[in-house]
Design a protein around this ligand. Structure first.
Ligand SMILES: Nc1nc2c(c(=O)[nH]1)N[C@H]1C(S)=C(S)[C@@H](COP(=O)(O)O)O[C@H]1N2
Ligand SMILES: [Mo]
Length: 375
């Protein structure tokens, strides 16, 4: 029996404080947010197997050692819950349904393991060429039941999943150490640019399929429903019609100062503002961040902070977040507001306030610190 921590009723969901989160380019494992739909299994890596089946030429049952024997690739990427910033959507727009995440359900870590492509190549795909564009790779973990399904599952369209430039990994390491149980030990999927819901932890099964994963978390919840889906009942008819979230949108967040804080201006009449910015999907990195201290009338360009050489070690940065810093002029007084907005390498920008959706997912309105008391 696999030892389980936490429960289906009360899974571990937590996020770090923002000043801590933006204090380093690589998020230390101890600060990384936790998002679970069920208990956390403690798996014996020496006996764990990952099966590869479905439309393959040869079914496989791989050990962790088998995965280690393949070429290993390192990726630095932002991993974010699609519900990150839900709190802002529900307080600014309207009540939504889901865990009340603030701005900390994101991490920027270094992951290492074989490419999904290399694992699938060992099995070989048995579909005709013409079917490949419509096929999917499904991932599941049957180690624990979840709140809304008997297992956790997700899938990616096959072309994205197997493109070498997508860097989809079966990660064995996080930040140069074996994965911890919380973050998917002994092996999890890492989907750079794509919502965290698809980065299946405690992976035990991969399938080449002509259908998406039938799992609840692929078919429900992580979807941007139209505003007509107002509540549980009206959402019902939409789940089957709306695509599952894949790429996450460009985003930025003001981490320091925090909303409601007292801030002292410098002699220049400016305050220091810091935060993070995320590129959209495959369009990274972020190339520009701007900050406003007057409600969006004027904007000051922020400095994107250098990533230290030893943290990056030649890894590509298109999937990573950017940390930024700016000095921005703000009038003294109560109820002051600072805004941020980012642009990525393909020119994607944030809207001041995007449309409401029932699950409160993929919120990417301007970053903001509100209710500042500036002296
Ligand atoms: N097996 C399994 N994988 C999972 C989940 C889960 O509940 N079970 N949660 C998903 C979601 S919604 C997110 S945002 C990320 C969170 O990863 P973390 O806990 O390492 O932060 O894992 C994903 N993979
Ligand atoms: Mo998530």
């Amino acid at each position: 029996m696999v030892h389980l921590e936490y429960s289906v009723e009360e899974p571990l969901n937590r996020e770090p404080e923002l000043p801590t989160l933006v204090s380093s380019f690589i998020t230390p494992t101890s600060y990384a947010y936790d998002r679970n739909h069920g208990p956390i299994p403690h798996i014996d890596a020496s006996t764990h197997r990952i099966t590869v089946s479905g439309h393959v030429q040869k079914e496989l049952s791989l050990s962790v050692e088998d995965l280690k024997a393949l070429p290993q690739k390192t990726v630095i990427c932002a991993l974010q819950c699609a519900g990150n910033r839900r709190h802002t959507m529900r307080t600014k727009l309207k009540e939504v349904n889901g865990v009340d995440w603030f701005d900390g359900a994101v991490m920027n870590c270094r992951w290492r393991g074989p490419l999904l492509l290399d694992v699938i190549s060992l099995a070989g795909i048995s579909l005709p060429e013409s079917e490949l564009p419509h096929a999917h790779i499904t991932f599941s973990s049957h180690q624990t039941p979840c709140q809304d399904d008997s297992y956790y599952g997700a899938s990616l369209p096959l072309p994205r999943a197997l493109s070498p430039s997508s860097s989809i990994l079966l990660a064995l390491e996080m930040n140069d150490a074996p994965l911890t149980p919380n973050h998917g030990a002994p092996v999890r999927v890492i989907t750079p640019g794509i919502a965290g819901a698809r980065s299946v932890k405690w992976l035990d099964k991969i399938e080449v399929s002509l259908k998406e994963s039938p799992n609840y978390y692929q078919q429900h919840d992580y979807k941007i429903l139209p505003p007509e889906a107002k509540d549980k009942e009206s959402a019902e008819q939409w789940w089957g019609k709306v695509d599952a979230i894949m790429d996450m949108p460009v985003n930025s967040v003001v981490a320091v100062p925090g909303s409601g804080e007292r801030v002292e201006r410098g002699e220049d009449g400016c305050i220091e503002v810091r935060g993070y910015a995320l590129p959209s999907g495959t369009d990274g990195p972020v190339v520009k961040v701007e900050v406003s201290g007057d409600g969006g009338e004027t904007w000051t360009e922020a400095a994107i902070l250098e990533r230290q050489e030893e943290e990056v070690m030649g890894a590509e940065l298109k999937w990573a977040w950017s940390l930024w810093r700016a000095r921005v002029r703000v009038e003294s007084g109560e109820g002051r507001r600072v805004l941020s907005r980012a642009v990525d390498s393909k020119g994607n920008t944030q809207a001041e306030c995007p449309e409401w959706n029932y699950r409160g997912v993929a919120y990417n309105g301007y970053g903001e610190a509100t209710g500042l008391h500036v002296v």
